[in-house]
Design a protein around this ligand. Structure first.
Ligand SMILES: [Zn+2]
Length: 342
């Protein structure tokens, strides 16, 4: 069994990859498929085909190995759904059409306080998607519905909005180690998955798994490696308390070189979750948000092999649930936003 595989998903129906309902009427979706949603969809496919992995069943051991061991289910993204790195300075408001530069990436030594072309002030990115849904509304479906009574009559003041990723879009990501075998159910390759909530009304996606694809090596700048989180990361210090940076021991272990220093551009956040199989709320974790960026100075450049392995492995705790995933090397936009997006 291959140790990594590239997963390509084409959405055949709208997918609601929920972030959880907000206190108001909105029920938003992630603009990508989080690793936890991919993992849940694969586990559901196993259970549909083989039954629940109860004690004594033939597939119980394989199920536990696949979904509860060291395998990583990474998030699935379009290029435009990846977060803008928090190390990047951007125009505070919209750039002018003749602005030559749109990103100033402090992790690569760039810095500025204002755009030399339009004179506008710059501010740090917050890890928002590179291509916000407002700019490409065809990626996102927003449906406002009314809650119904048992008689099928709309209830007063009970409108709610449920967002979904529109069909036809293609998203890609990586799985590694035991997670690769999640796409093989009892000897049959998985070709379709139901993703996210509302599986009776949508969420169908066509799946292609390529075990021969080679992951991109992470970005380097001399002997430094630039790490950009594609999903929230959970890091702890030696006492087990939340940390805002991956541990040097972990970095040394995966990069195979000595770590001289780590410079960070990060934001704190919180992650809650629901364990569907157990029917229990997962503990709320203090996390470092997607887009957080680390420049790791090493005593020498890590090998390409180590950079490819880390790209798929990710960093920190609960990686099998999609935390701590890393972005592919980013291609910064260099001209006006309209021409950046093909
Ligand atoms: Zn400008």
């Amino acid at each position: 069994m291959s140790t990594t595989a590239k997963v390509t998903m084409k959405l055949e129906q709208p997918v609601h990859a929920g972030t959880g309902p907000l206190p108001d009427y909105r029920n938003p979706t992630h603009d990508h498929i989080p690793g936890s949603v991919l993992r849940g969809a694969c586990a559901a496919a196993w259970i549909r085909a083989l039954g629940a992995p109860a004690p004594g069943t033939a597939h119980r051991q394989a199920f536990i190995e696949t979904f509860e061991s060291d395998g990583v289910f990474g998030p699935l993204h379009r290029a435009g759904s990846l977060p803008v790195p928090i190390s990047v300075l951007v125009h505070k408001y919209e750039a002018e059409p003749d602005c030559q530069q749109l990103w100033w990436d402090r992790s690569l030594g760039e810095d500025a306080t204002e755009c030399p072309d339009c004179g506008q002030g710059l501010e740090a990115a917050k890890g928002e998607p590179r291509e916000p849904p407002e700019e490409r509304p065809e990626w996102l479906l927003r449906r406002t519905r009314a809650a119904l009574t048992t008689d099928g009559v709309a209830k007063d003041e009970q409108l709610y909005r449920k967002d979904s990723l529109a069909r036809r879009q293609v998203l890609t990501g990586w799985v590694s180690a035991a997670a690769v075998q999640a796409f093989d159910v009892g000897g049959e390759p998985v070709q379709r998955l139901w993703l996210g909530g509302g599986r009776t009304t949508g969420g169908l996606a066509r799946v292609t798994v390529d075990p021969d694809a080679e992951p991109e090596a992470l970005e380097t700048d001399g002997s430094a490696v630039v790490l950009r989180l594609a999903s929230s990361g959970i890091f702890v210090d030696v006492t087990g308390l939340p940390a805002d940076v991956p541990s040097r021991e972990e970095l040394r272990g995966v990069l195979g070189v000595e770590v001289v220093s780590v410079v960070r551009w990060m934001r704190w956040g919180e992650a809650a979750g629901w364990h569907a199989a157990a029917g229990l709320a997962k503990p709320t974790e203090r996390v470092v948000t997607a887009g957080s960026t680390y420049r790791v100075e090493c005593d020498r450049a890590p090998s390409q092999e180590a950079l490819r392995a880390l790209r798929v492995r990710g960093l920190g705790l609960r990686r099998r649930e999609g935390f701590g995933a890393l972005c592919p090397p980013l291609d910064p936009p260099t001209s006006t936003p309209a021409s950046v997006i093909p």
